[in-house]
Every structure is written in C-alpha cells, then in structure tokens.
Design a protein around this ligand. Structure first.
Ligand SMILES: Cc1cc2nc3c(=O)[nH]c(=O)nc-3n(C[C@H](O)[C@H](O)[C@H](O)COP(=O)(O)OP(=O)(O)OC[C@H]3O[C@@H](n4cnc5c(N)ncnc54)[C@H](O)[C@@H]3O)c2cc1C
Length: 414
C-alpha cells in the first residue's frame, strides 16, 4: 500500500521490536489480519538484549522460531557469582522443567531477524505514529510516513491497538497512562569486545562483585564477550567507553582479563524502573518496554516483552476468531501487569544488592549469597524465576485458540 493511504485492520501493532514482532507472529499463526507500523527505517542493528531465557525459547518454539535462533546463539548453562576471584555461588540453568534447559546468548539484532524471517510479511517501516484516538467501535491510528517526496500523513483504522513502541511510547501517552517509577542513581557501562585469553567457560555468565560495582560478563556468538557494569554516580564515563577505560575498570575490580582490541560496540546508560498504571484502556493495550522498564539484572526486559506479546495476541485472537468473549481480554492486565511488577521487584532487589556500598554490607551480601545458594529449594525458586518459567504464558490459563479458517473461495463454496 502507498504511504499516506488509509487502511482498516483488526489489529494495529505499533512498534516492530521483539515485542511487536512476537505479537505479529502469533496473530499470523492464528489467522488474524493485522499491520505492524514502525518509525525506524531498519530493525535493531545492535546486540542490546543478549540473553533469551528458557521460557522465551518455549514460546518461540510454539511460533516455529526457536530452532533457528538456537542455531544462531550459544548456550549458557550456569550463572556464577564471583567476589574478587572467589566463587560465591553457581546457579545451574539446566535443572529446570523445560524442553530448553539453558539460556541462549544471542544479539537482539539476530532475534529480530529470526522473527522477521519467520513472519514473512513486511513491516511498514518509516511509519511514525503520532496519535491514536477512538473512532466508532474502533481506533484511528495516525502519523507520518517517509516517502521519496518527503513525509506524508497516513491513517489506519483498527478494532484493537497494541502499543509495543518502547519506553517512550506514544500509544501510552495517547491512552493517557502514567509511567510512574524512578531512575537508579548508578550509571551502567556496556561493551561488546574480544577478550585476551579465555578467563571464563564459554557456557557460563559471571556476575563479579566488588567494592567498585558489579560487572557481568558473558560470551556472545562469534567470539566477543558482553561486559555490563555498574559505575558509581558522579564518576566520569565516556559516551562510548574504549579499550583503555574497560581495561582499567576490569583491573580495579580484580577481574583477571583484558580486552584484546577496542570494543565492537560500547555505550553508557542510566536505568529506570517504571510500570504503567494500566496495561489496557478499552481496545488499546501496552506490551513490552511501553508497559514496563527495569534494571538489566538477569536479562529480563526483552523476555518479559515477548511473554506479554504472546499472552495478549492469543487473547485477541480468541475474541476475534469468535472463541471467547471480551472479558478474556481482562486477563491480560491481571496476568502480565502482575508479572511485570514481580520482575521489577526482583530486579530492583538484585540491583540494590549488587550496588551495596561499605565493607559490612558487602560481607553480609557475600554470606547471604553463599548461604542462600546452598539451600536447594531456594536455589530452584531463583532459577525458575530467572528463566521466566514461573510466570510463563504457557503455564497460565490462556484460552485455547485455533487458527481462523480461511473464508471459502467462490469455487470452494459451490
Ligand atoms: C543497551 C541495552 C542492553 C539491554 N540488555 C538487555 C538484556 O541483556 N536482556 C533483556 O532482556 N533486555 C535488555 N535490554 C532491554 C531490551 O532491549 C528491551 O527490553 C527490548 O528491546 C524491548 O522490546 P520492545 O519491542 O518492547 O521495545 P523496543 O525494542 O524499544 O522496540 C520499540 C519499537 O517501536 C518503534 N517505535 C517507537 N516509537 C514509535 C512510534 N511513535 N511509531 C512507530 N514506531 C515506534 C521503535 O522504532 C522500535 O522499533 C537492553 C536494552 C539496551 C538498550
């Protein structure tokens, strides 16, 4: 369709990040007509969310996208907590009741590519949504689209709208929803880089505690490592930390490795923890970062968004395919806002524990982590939580939905 033209759909998905693409894939699978609009000209090119957990792999397997992703990634079977060279705890990811008992290390750009390939249909790129308003028994989504002649307005009518447009969501603002929460005082540094030597096992992610902050290191496919570290507020951090900065950071934290070259990608950022007041206003829904953002501790952001998308699009398909009544949609906010609040509380506790200051607090942390990790049931609970299996949509009471039957053609109906 030409940019600027009007169209009508059952569902409009705003945002083609991992959340929007998963929603599109599930709706396609269940035969629900929809359109995906994204402001960006291209998909994500960087590694951002680099850990895909067991529960997400189960969801992606339902969508026929897990095998390809697993082929492209590397398995992480253990998280190791280390305090200046001393191992405090080993949390195995293999003893979980899942077909995929591991986490997958894979760049977000690859995850999006796999979802896009599986989706087959195109995303309307260069389509920036600026407003969503009620229109009869549905919604009118409007914005501007890029075209060779310059930006042109577009509008799409839909019965339902999914706001999967990230943390600065326009859909959330249009629905009049607040995004209450706070920003952590610590700064975060991220670098994807080749390390000199192999200080860690390839199938482990390490969480290194120290008086200067926490440093998480895990291997990415292709031989580079992801380093993500907290840095005290007030310290100068370059916008794109280079080799010298990262080497000094590793050295002062007692981590026995150095970079082999400048990072292939690095960045500094602040982290917010916020959850939208509501995830639904009428036929407008929020999912993924548009609905909740939290600390990167335990890599939950993208995983939670993918679970939101699967839950929501299954419920929408149940209603649109005539298999359930509207109240089934209420379950989305009940299930997924509760899940988001749990994620926020857990990642908040982990972030505060990780950024504790003072020798007494750090000794207490060392003892608590060491002792806690030796208590089997507690360790199991933590693993079920980190892998997302505790709150997976596949283990909730989602309606059973069969794909919509194609309308018979005139030939078939004779
Ligand atoms: C550096 C970094 C590291 C991270 N590490 C991890 C990690 O290890 N593990 C983890 O789980 N998470 C991590 N995250 C978070 C993770 O990337 C996000 O949680 C995830 O991308 C959320 O997906 P989403 O689809 O909800 O939103 P996004 O990925 O933000 O996608 C939103 C999409 O909406 C589009 N859009 C925005 N506004 C509009 C508009 N007005 N009209 C149309 N389209 C619009 C954007 O172009 C974008 O494509 C990290 C993030 C960053 C930045």
């Amino acid at each position: 369709m030409d940019a600027g033209a009007e169209s009508a759909e059952e569902v409009v998905i705003v945002g083609a990040g991992p959340t929007g693409l998963t929603a599109a894939l599930r709706l396609t699978q269940l035969g629900v007509p929809h359109v995906v609009l994204d402001a960006a000209a291209t998909p994500t090119q960087t590694s951002n969310a680099a850990l895909v957990h067991a529960s997400t792999l189960e969801l992606l397997a339902e969508l026929g996208a897990a095998d390809q992703l697993i082929e492209a990634g590397g398995k992480v079977v253990r998280i190791v907590m280390v305090d200046r060279g001393r191992v405090l705890a080993r949390i195995g990811l293999t003893g979980v009741p899942s077909r995929h008992p591991f986490a997958l290390s894979v760049p977000q750009s690859t995850t999006e590519q796999v979802l896009l390939r599986r989706l087959g249909t195109s995303v309307r790129r260069d389509h920036r949504v600026t407003a969503v308003r009620e229109d009869g028994d549905g919604y009118l989504v409007t914005g501007t689209a890029g075209s060779p002649a310059g930006p042109v307005p577009f509008e799409v009518r839909a019965r339902y709208v999914i706001g999967a447009d990230g943390s600065n969501s326009v859909v959330r603002s249009a629905a009049g929803l607040d995004f209450p929460g706070e920003t952590y005082p610590s700064q975060f540094v991220l670098a994807d880089a080749e390390l000199a030597g192999r200080p860690f096992a390839d199938d482990e992610a390490t969480i290194n505690l120290s008086a200067r902050g926490v440093t998480v290191i895990g291997r990415l496919p292709g031989g580079t490592h992801r380093i993500i570290a907290t840095v005290d507020p007030g310290l100068d951090v370059p916008r794109a930390p280079g080799r010298a900065y990262m080497d000094a950071l590793l050295s002062e934290r007692g981590i026995d490795t150095r970079l082999a070259a400048d990072p292939v990608w690095s960045s500094r950022f602040r982290v917010h923890h916020r959850v939208a007041d509501r995830f639904r206003v009428g036929g407008v829904f929020l999912a993924g970062d548009a609905a909740h953002v939290h600390s990167p501790a335990a890599g939950q952001g993208m995983n939670t968004g993918i679970a939101d998308a699967y839950d929501l699009s299954t419920r929408l398909a149940a209603v649109l395919n005539g298999l359930a009544a509207e109240p089934v949609l209420d379950g989305y906010e009940t299930e997924r806002r509760t899940a988001a609040l749990e994620v926020l509380r857990f990642t908040d506790r982990m972030t505060k524990l990780a950024t504790l200051r003072g020798p007494v607090a750090r000794t207490a942390r060392r003892i608590a982590v060491g002792t806690g990790s030796r208590i089997g049931p507690l360790r199991h609970q933590v693993t079920m939580w980190i892998t997302g299996l505790k709150r997976s949509p596949l283990r909730s009471d989602l309606p059973l939905v069969t794909p919509r039957r194609a309308e018979p053609t005139r030939e078939e109906s004779r």
